[in-house]
Design a protein around this ligand. Structure first.
Ligand SMILES: [Ca+2]
Ligand SMILES: [Ca+2]
Ligand SMILES: [Ca+2]
Ligand SMILES: [Ca+2]
Length: 355
């Protein structure tokens, strides 16, 4: 007796996992392969039942003179089978219809092979392939990781989409196909880079970043204000820096003084050590991503201010009082300050000819 030693069959489904989300349409042909332990050619009859034994005959197809290659054979079931068989006729001659399961038969599908006129071999159940790594073509796909050619995207010719991407600059920045643009979404706002005029959402447009030499895909800091802008050569100065795009871990350098302050996105503080009068350090703020902002001559160090004169000790008349205040006023002007201290003493009354 000839025996079917092993078998395999090409599934009726060759779509990716996402396509399994919808009910697949069975093909009208499936390839069926097996191995026989005797030389060919042979006549084969394939019957499709709805049960592993007994059950209802659904489809039947015969093949004559099937060649064997070292015992291996392959036949294609479908698309059309025989209309009659003995002792009962199959329910359909259409393989696709036989596989859809709406013929009033049971849900299972089992293939029974008969070799020549010998008794039938044990039935083998047809199973849907649960997972396919790759399909060269798909009529539709819920998700395609990469399609080399598409005939339509939501009803629009696929070539139109490609030409729009290649030829049209949606956001005024670098071309859509520029590696800095493309279909990424750096800031995660739902807008792809090629239509997002500010890829990294740092408040600086892609165009201005390109012109300014900063990175359109990395948050770039800006310096708004430095307050105060001066300090003395004798006392530490607490300085507040405001701006945008300050990231945790940033570095601030005032000349040779380096700081790693805690920061909010828009401000941070550092305490400058005194430096000799006349020093005017630049401020360089650098984010951990390497993006930076520079403010030249952001701060100046000045000499220690003169003591505040005791107003009212100069006698009556404005002249003597101004003479005492002049050194302090000059210091304020040099330091760019509006005030230095408030006199709290009690003015002395005029002793001669006063008001
Ligand atoms: Ca975006
Ligand atoms: Ca962009
Ligand atoms: Ca930007
Ligand atoms: Ca940037």
């Amino acid at each position: 007796m000839r025996r079917l030693c092993s078998f395999l069959f090409v599934s009726w489904l060759a779509l990716g996992p996402a396509a399994l989300a919808v009910v697949p349409v069975p093909p009208d042909q499936i390839a069926y392969s097996g191995v026989l332990d005797s030389p060919g050619p042979v006549d084969l009859t394939a019957r499709l039942y709805d049960a592993g034994s007994g059950g209802t005959l659904i489809f039947m197809q015969s093949f004559t003179g099937v060649a064997l290659d070292d015992g291996h054979f392959t036949v294609n079931l479908g698309p059309t089978g025989a209309a009659s068989d003995s002792p009962t006729n199959p329910l359909t001659t259409n393989l696709r219809e036989a596989l859809t399961g709406d013929l009033g038969a049971g849900a299972g599908r089992f293939v029974e092979i008969t070799v020549n006129a010998e008794p039938p071999l044990a039935r083998v159940q047809l199973m849907l392939v649960p997972y396919a790594l790759r399909a060269d073509q798909a009529a539709t796909a819920d998700v395609a990781l990469r399609a080399l050619d598409t005939q339509a995207v939501d009803g629009v010719d696929g070539s139109v989409v490609g030409q729009l991407f290649e030829a049209w600059n949606f956001d005024g920045g670098p071309p859509s196909s520029d590696p800095r643009e493309g279909t990424g979404d750096v800031d995660g706002d739902g807008q792809a880079n090629f239509v997002d005029a500010d890829n990294d959402n740092d408040g600086i447009s892609d165009t201005n970043e390109v012109n300014g030499g900063t990175n359109i895909n990395l948050v770039t800091p800006t310096i708004g204000s430095v307050s105060p802008t001066s300090g003395t050569d004798s006392q530490p100065t607490l300085v507040t820096i405001t701006g945008t795009g300050f990231l945790p871990g940033l570095t601030a350098k005032f000349g040779a003084q380096t700081f790693n302050p805690d920061t909010s996105p828009t401000s941070f503080q550092v305490t400058l050590a005194p430096q000799p009068a006349g020093a005017v350090p630049d401020l360089l703020v650098t984010n951990p991503n390497g993006e930076s902002a520079l403010r030249a001559r952001a701060f100046q160090f000045v000499g220690t201010p003169p003591p505040v004169p005791p107003i009212g000790t100069g006698g009556c008349g404005i002249g003597p009082e101004l003479a005492l205040l002049m050194p302090l006023l000059a210091w304020l002007r040099r330091a760019g300050r509006a005030s230095y201290a408030v006199h709290t003493g009690t003015p002395r009354a005029c002793t001669t000819g006063g008001q």
